[in-house]
Unconditional design. Sequence first.
Length: 285
Amino acid sequence: MRLLLLLALMAGPHAQEPAADESSEAAEVEAAEEEEPEGASPPQRPVASEEIVVHDDLEIARRRAALERGIRNLEYQPGKRKGDTVVYRPYSPWKPSVVVHDEGFIIIKRSPVRFAPPTKRQRAVDYLWCIPPFGLMCIRPGGQVVSPAKLNHQKARVAYTVDPDLRDWREAIVSRAWSARVGEEIPTLLDATWQDGAPIKGDAVLETPAQRRAAILDFWSGRACNLEGQEVRDLVALFLEYEIQPSDHPLTASEIAAASEANRCGDQLLIGGMEPAMAPRGAAD
Protein backbone atom coordinates (compact mmCIF):
# COMPACT_ATOMS: atom_id res chain seq x y z
CA MET A 1 0.00 0.00 0.00
CA ARG A 2 2.84 2.38 0.79
CA LEU A 3 4.41 1.58 -2.58
CA LEU A 4 1.19 2.60 -4.37
CA LEU A 5 1.09 5.92 -2.52
CA LEU A 6 4.74 6.62 -3.41
CA LEU A 7 4.10 5.99 -7.11
CA ALA A 8 1.08 8.29 -7.03
CA LEU A 9 3.14 11.16 -5.56
CA MET A 10 5.86 10.70 -8.20
CA ALA A 11 3.28 10.82 -11.01
CA GLY A 12 2.03 14.21 -9.75
CA PRO A 13 -0.87 15.94 -11.49
CA HIS A 14 -0.45 13.75 -14.61
CA ALA A 15 -1.46 10.65 -12.73
CA GLN A 16 -4.31 8.90 -14.42
CA GLU A 17 -7.65 8.43 -12.76
CA PRO A 18 -8.46 4.85 -11.80
CA ALA A 19 -10.47 2.90 -14.30
CA ALA A 20 -14.16 3.53 -14.03
CA ASP A 21 -15.02 -0.13 -14.47
CA GLU A 22 -13.24 -1.35 -11.33
CA SER A 23 -15.45 -3.62 -9.30
CA SER A 24 -16.98 -2.24 -6.12
CA GLU A 25 -15.76 -5.32 -4.28
CA ALA A 26 -12.10 -4.46 -4.97
CA ALA A 27 -12.67 -0.87 -3.82
CA GLU A 28 -14.23 -2.07 -0.56
CA VAL A 29 -11.30 -4.39 0.08
CA GLU A 30 -8.78 -1.56 -0.51
CA ALA A 31 -10.72 0.78 1.80
CA ALA A 32 -10.78 -1.87 4.49
CA GLU A 33 -7.02 -2.34 4.20
CA GLU A 34 -6.45 1.41 4.64
CA GLU A 35 -8.67 1.60 7.72
CA GLU A 36 -7.32 -1.43 9.52
CA PRO A 37 -3.80 -1.25 10.98
CA GLU A 38 -1.27 -3.79 9.86
CA GLY A 39 -1.38 -7.03 11.81
CA ALA A 40 -4.84 -6.31 13.17
CA SER A 41 -7.03 -9.38 13.56
CA PRO A 42 -10.75 -9.31 12.80
CA PRO A 43 -13.06 -9.06 15.81
CA GLN A 44 -13.99 -12.40 17.23
CA ARG A 45 -17.61 -13.28 17.95
CA PRO A 46 -18.34 -14.92 21.27
CA VAL A 47 -18.47 -18.70 21.13
CA ALA A 48 -22.02 -20.00 20.88
CA SER A 49 -21.72 -21.95 24.12
CA GLU A 50 -20.57 -18.80 25.93
CA GLU A 51 -23.60 -16.90 24.61
CA ILE A 52 -25.89 -19.67 25.86
CA VAL A 53 -24.26 -19.69 29.30
CA VAL A 54 -24.57 -15.90 29.63
CA HIS A 55 -28.23 -16.09 28.63
CA ASP A 56 -28.82 -18.87 31.17
CA ASP A 57 -27.14 -16.83 33.92
CA LEU A 58 -29.40 -13.87 33.17
CA GLU A 59 -32.45 -16.13 33.17
CA ILE A 60 -31.47 -17.57 36.57
CA ALA A 61 -31.11 -14.05 38.00
CA ARG A 62 -34.46 -12.99 36.55
CA ARG A 63 -36.32 -15.95 37.98
CA ARG A 64 -34.55 -15.64 41.33
CA ALA A 65 -35.74 -12.01 41.48
CA ALA A 66 -39.30 -13.15 40.75
CA LEU A 67 -39.08 -15.62 43.65
CA GLU A 68 -37.83 -12.90 45.96
CA ARG A 69 -40.70 -10.60 44.96
CA GLY A 70 -43.15 -13.40 45.71
CA ILE A 71 -41.70 -13.86 49.20
CA ARG A 72 -41.64 -10.13 49.90
CA ASN A 73 -45.28 -9.83 48.85
CA LEU A 74 -46.16 -12.17 51.71
CA GLU A 75 -45.09 -9.46 54.19
CA TYR A 76 -41.45 -10.43 54.56
CA GLN A 77 -38.48 -8.18 55.16
CA PRO A 78 -35.64 -7.86 52.62
CA GLY A 79 -33.48 -10.96 52.64
CA LYS A 80 -30.11 -11.12 54.41
CA ARG A 81 -27.38 -13.29 52.94
CA LYS A 82 -25.72 -15.88 55.19
CA GLY A 83 -23.15 -17.90 53.26
CA ASP A 84 -24.89 -19.69 50.40
CA THR A 85 -28.38 -18.84 51.68
CA VAL A 86 -30.63 -15.80 51.89
CA VAL A 87 -32.88 -15.58 54.96
CA TYR A 88 -36.21 -13.75 54.84
CA ARG A 89 -37.77 -12.81 58.19
CA PRO A 90 -41.48 -11.98 58.44
CA TYR A 91 -42.69 -8.64 59.72
CA SER A 92 -45.05 -10.60 62.01
CA PRO A 93 -42.74 -12.48 64.43
CA TRP A 94 -44.96 -15.56 64.71
CA LYS A 95 -44.85 -16.35 61.00
CA PRO A 96 -42.19 -18.75 59.69
CA SER A 97 -38.86 -17.68 58.24
CA VAL A 98 -37.96 -18.56 54.64
CA VAL A 99 -34.41 -19.70 53.85
CA VAL A 100 -33.53 -19.72 50.14
CA HIS A 101 -30.52 -21.86 49.19
CA ASP A 102 -28.46 -21.01 46.12
CA GLU A 103 -28.68 -24.66 45.00
CA GLY A 104 -32.35 -24.14 44.16
CA PHE A 105 -34.49 -25.05 47.15
CA ILE A 106 -36.06 -23.31 50.14
CA ILE A 107 -36.66 -24.23 53.79
CA ILE A 108 -39.60 -22.79 55.71
CA LYS A 109 -39.03 -23.00 59.43
CA ARG A 110 -40.12 -21.59 62.77
CA SER A 111 -38.76 -18.07 63.37
CA PRO A 112 -36.41 -17.49 66.32
CA VAL A 113 -36.92 -15.01 69.12
CA ARG A 114 -36.29 -11.56 67.69
CA PHE A 115 -35.25 -8.23 69.14
CA ALA A 116 -37.22 -5.68 67.15
CA PRO A 117 -39.57 -2.75 67.81
CA PRO A 118 -43.28 -3.58 68.33
CA THR A 119 -44.26 -2.10 64.97
CA LYS A 120 -45.02 -3.74 61.65
CA ARG A 121 -42.36 -1.84 59.71
CA GLN A 122 -39.08 -1.65 61.61
CA ARG A 123 -37.86 1.79 60.63
CA ALA A 124 -34.86 3.36 62.36
CA VAL A 125 -37.08 5.66 64.40
CA ASP A 126 -39.12 2.70 65.64
CA TYR A 127 -36.10 1.41 67.54
CA LEU A 128 -36.66 4.21 70.08
CA TRP A 129 -39.10 1.74 71.63
CA CYS A 130 -36.10 -0.44 72.51
CA ILE A 131 -34.46 2.21 74.73
CA PRO A 132 -34.76 1.50 78.48
CA PRO A 133 -37.08 1.32 80.25
CA PHE A 134 -39.08 0.10 77.24
CA GLY A 135 -36.49 -2.47 76.10
CA LEU A 136 -38.63 -5.47 77.06
CA MET A 137 -41.19 -4.37 74.45
CA CYS A 138 -38.67 -5.22 71.72
CA ILE A 139 -38.30 -8.88 72.67
CA ARG A 140 -40.50 -10.71 70.11
CA PRO A 141 -40.89 -14.42 71.06
CA GLY A 142 -43.85 -15.04 68.73
CA GLY A 143 -42.04 -17.51 66.50
CA GLN A 144 -41.31 -19.79 69.45
CA VAL A 145 -44.72 -19.75 71.11
CA VAL A 146 -47.05 -20.01 68.11
CA SER A 147 -49.01 -23.27 68.01
CA PRO A 148 -47.90 -25.98 65.54
CA ALA A 149 -51.28 -25.93 63.78
CA LYS A 150 -51.16 -22.19 63.14
CA LEU A 151 -47.51 -22.33 62.10
CA ASN A 152 -48.04 -25.26 59.71
CA HIS A 153 -50.95 -23.47 58.10
CA GLN A 154 -48.76 -20.45 57.42
CA LYS A 155 -45.95 -22.66 56.13
CA ALA A 156 -48.33 -24.28 53.66
CA ARG A 157 -49.55 -20.86 52.53
CA VAL A 158 -46.02 -19.68 51.85
CA ALA A 159 -45.05 -22.89 50.05
CA TYR A 160 -48.15 -22.85 47.86
CA THR A 161 -47.70 -19.19 46.93
CA VAL A 162 -44.03 -19.32 45.96
CA ASP A 163 -44.10 -22.78 44.36
CA PRO A 164 -44.53 -21.57 40.72
CA ASP A 165 -41.63 -19.11 41.01
CA LEU A 166 -39.52 -21.72 42.79
CA ARG A 167 -40.10 -24.29 40.03
CA ASP A 168 -39.23 -21.73 37.34
CA TRP A 169 -36.00 -20.86 39.16
CA ARG A 170 -35.06 -24.54 39.51
CA GLU A 171 -35.66 -25.13 35.80
CA ALA A 172 -33.34 -22.22 34.96
CA ILE A 173 -30.63 -23.67 37.24
CA VAL A 174 -30.96 -27.10 35.63
CA SER A 175 -30.86 -25.55 32.15
CA ARG A 176 -27.68 -23.65 33.03
CA ALA A 177 -26.01 -26.77 34.39
CA TRP A 178 -27.02 -28.78 31.32
CA SER A 179 -25.72 -26.11 28.93
CA ALA A 180 -22.36 -26.22 30.71
CA ARG A 181 -22.38 -30.02 30.65
CA VAL A 182 -23.09 -30.35 26.93
CA GLY A 183 -21.28 -27.24 25.75
CA GLU A 184 -18.12 -27.48 27.85
CA GLU A 185 -17.66 -30.52 30.07
CA ILE A 186 -18.43 -33.37 27.67
CA PRO A 187 -16.45 -31.98 24.69
CA THR A 188 -13.48 -31.38 27.01
CA LEU A 189 -13.81 -34.90 28.42
CA LEU A 190 -13.93 -36.52 24.98
CA ASP A 191 -10.97 -34.51 23.71
CA ALA A 192 -8.88 -35.35 26.80
CA THR A 193 -9.71 -39.03 26.41
CA TRP A 194 -8.82 -39.19 22.74
CA GLN A 195 -5.76 -36.93 22.78
CA ASP A 196 -4.23 -37.73 26.19
CA GLY A 197 -5.79 -41.02 27.27
CA ALA A 198 -7.61 -39.48 30.24
CA PRO A 199 -9.99 -42.15 31.61
CA ILE A 200 -13.73 -41.59 31.57
CA LYS A 201 -14.14 -44.21 34.30
CA GLY A 202 -11.57 -45.20 36.88
CA ASP A 203 -8.00 -43.94 37.16
CA ALA A 204 -6.05 -46.00 34.63
CA VAL A 205 -4.60 -44.01 31.73
CA LEU A 206 -5.70 -45.28 28.31
CA GLU A 207 -2.46 -45.97 26.47
CA THR A 208 -3.57 -47.16 23.04
CA PRO A 209 -5.98 -45.68 20.48
CA ALA A 210 -8.05 -48.87 20.70
CA GLN A 211 -8.53 -48.38 24.45
CA ARG A 212 -9.50 -44.76 23.92
CA ARG A 213 -12.02 -45.64 21.20
CA ALA A 214 -13.51 -48.32 23.44
CA ALA A 215 -13.92 -45.87 26.33
CA ILE A 216 -15.67 -43.28 24.15
CA LEU A 217 -17.93 -45.91 22.57
CA ASP A 218 -18.84 -47.20 26.02
CA PHE A 219 -19.69 -43.65 27.06
CA TRP A 220 -21.92 -43.33 23.97
CA SER A 221 -23.80 -46.57 24.56
CA GLY A 222 -24.27 -46.01 28.31
CA ARG A 223 -26.31 -42.80 28.18
CA ALA A 224 -29.87 -42.70 29.54
CA CYS A 225 -32.88 -43.37 27.32
CA ASN A 226 -34.32 -39.85 27.49
CA LEU A 227 -33.98 -36.55 25.66
CA GLU A 228 -30.87 -35.58 27.58
CA GLY A 229 -29.23 -38.94 26.91
CA GLN A 230 -30.06 -38.64 23.23
CA GLU A 231 -28.48 -35.20 23.10
CA VAL A 232 -25.26 -36.56 24.60
CA ARG A 233 -25.24 -39.54 22.21
CA ASP A 234 -25.61 -37.17 19.26
CA LEU A 235 -22.72 -35.08 20.57
CA VAL A 236 -20.48 -38.12 21.00
CA ALA A 237 -21.42 -39.37 17.52
CA LEU A 238 -20.31 -36.06 16.03
CA PHE A 239 -17.00 -36.32 17.88
CA LEU A 240 -16.50 -39.85 16.58
CA GLU A 241 -17.25 -38.83 13.02
CA TYR A 242 -15.27 -35.59 12.82
CA GLU A 243 -12.38 -36.25 15.22
CA ILE A 244 -11.71 -39.97 15.32
CA GLN A 245 -12.70 -41.16 11.86
CA PRO A 246 -10.38 -38.74 9.99
CA SER A 247 -7.48 -39.71 12.27
CA ASP A 248 -4.89 -42.42 11.70
CA HIS A 249 -6.82 -44.73 14.03
CA PRO A 250 -10.50 -44.65 12.97
CA LEU A 251 -13.27 -46.84 14.31
CA THR A 252 -13.66 -50.30 12.87
CA ALA A 253 -16.96 -51.65 11.62
CA SER A 254 -16.98 -54.27 14.36
CA GLU A 255 -16.50 -51.62 17.06
CA ILE A 256 -19.42 -49.60 15.71
CA ALA A 257 -21.64 -52.68 15.54
CA ALA A 258 -20.71 -53.73 19.10
CA ALA A 259 -21.47 -50.24 20.47
CA SER A 260 -24.89 -50.21 18.75
CA GLU A 261 -25.68 -53.63 20.17
CA ALA A 262 -24.62 -52.55 23.68
CA ASN A 263 -26.89 -49.50 23.62
CA ARG A 264 -29.95 -50.41 25.69
CA CYS A 265 -32.05 -47.66 24.07
CA GLY A 266 -31.97 -49.38 20.68
CA ASP A 267 -30.08 -46.57 18.93
CA GLN A 268 -27.74 -47.34 16.06
CA LEU A 269 -24.41 -45.55 15.88
CA LEU A 270 -24.26 -43.96 12.43
CA ILE A 271 -20.97 -42.74 11.03
CA GLY A 272 -21.26 -40.66 7.89
CA GLY A 273 -24.91 -41.64 7.48
CA MET A 274 -24.05 -45.34 7.00
CA GLU A 275 -25.30 -48.32 8.92
CA PRO A 276 -22.84 -49.88 11.39
CA ALA A 277 -22.19 -52.89 9.15
CA MET A 278 -21.28 -50.61 6.24
CA ALA A 279 -18.94 -48.32 8.19
CA PRO A 280 -15.34 -48.14 6.94
CA ARG A 281 -12.90 -50.46 8.62
CA GLY A 282 -9.95 -48.73 10.26
CA ALA A 283 -6.45 -50.00 10.75
CA ALA A 284 -5.96 -52.38 13.63
CA ASP A 285 -4.11 -50.88 16.56
